[in-house]
Design a binder for this molecule. Structure first.
Ligand code: B12
Length: 163
């Protein structure tokens, strides 16, 4: 998927492989994320919607991205994401993978986010807008060295504190 007008990536820019998961047909989430990532100066390879696990893995091997960003909003993102993150982590353990969107059907779930992080996700960003700031910070930071991040956990803690 290509978006125009296309901003040329900055010299030494990070290459981000952006993808939906196997079951998810939504595309505007990917368009949005591509624009955000390009705004941050990244070179984006957008695989589009309904990407089979095998294709995602093959593209990671051939494109050698610095970061993989997975997006899903159809409610099956947790199952699809967990499965493919486990596969990616087994095949390419150094490759940071972040996932976000609407990963289930009943709002953010800290246990689900924890399971995704345990499977190897470097960041979990549920409910979109809440996590975009933390997401951009992580994308611009030192990849691979940061502690795994869960944006909605921070929000849940703030809510619990009455903020
Ligand atoms: C348009 C749409 C469709 C279109 C998609 C067309 C297209 N080309 O994309 C069609 C009609 C095909 C469709 C189909 C379906 N849809 Co639909 N769809 C929508 C709708 C109305 C808008 C989605 C959209 O484009 N939003 C605009 C983009 C920019 O925003 P976004 O998707 O929310 O993404 C934002 C965040 O989530 C976040 N984000 C997303 N990913 C990531 C990743 C990271 C790392 C980060 C940081 C942030 C992030 O950033 C984005 C900007 O804020 C939403 C309802 C809604 N108002 O959200 C339902 C919705 C997503 N659909 C839904 C469902 C259930 C379906 C179907 C299963 C319906 C059906 N029974 O067939 C199918 C799924 C098909 C499939 N295989 O996936 C549900 C999902 C339920 C859930 N998750 O709890 C929703 C929420 C509607 C609802 N309220 O029930 N859909």
């Amino acid at each position: 998927m290509r978006l125009y007008p296309h901003r040329p990536p900055l010299a030494g820019a990070r290459t981000v492989l952006l993808s939906s998961v196997a079951s998810d047909a939504h595309t505007w989430n990917l368009v949005y994320l591509q624009l955000v990532l390009e705004e941050l100066g990244c070179r984006v390879i957008n695989l589009g919607a309904c990407v089979p696990d095998r294709l995602l893995l093959a593209e990671c091997h051939s494109q050698q991205p610095d970061l993989v960003v997975l997006s899903s909003v159809n409610g099956h993102g947790y199952q699809d994401g967990l499965r493919v993150i486990e596969k990616l982590h087994a095949a390419l353990p150094q490759l940071p993978v972040m996932i976000g969107g609407k990963l289930g059907t009943a709002g953010p779930d800290p246990a689900r986010a924890e399971a995704l992080r345990a499977a190897g996700a470097a960041g979990v960003f549920e409910q979109g807008g809440l996590g975009v700031e933390a997401f951009t910070r992580l994308v611009c930071g030192p990849l691979g060295s940061a502690e795994p991040v869960t944006a909605e956990l921070t929000v849940a803690r703030r809510r619990g504190a009455g903020a």
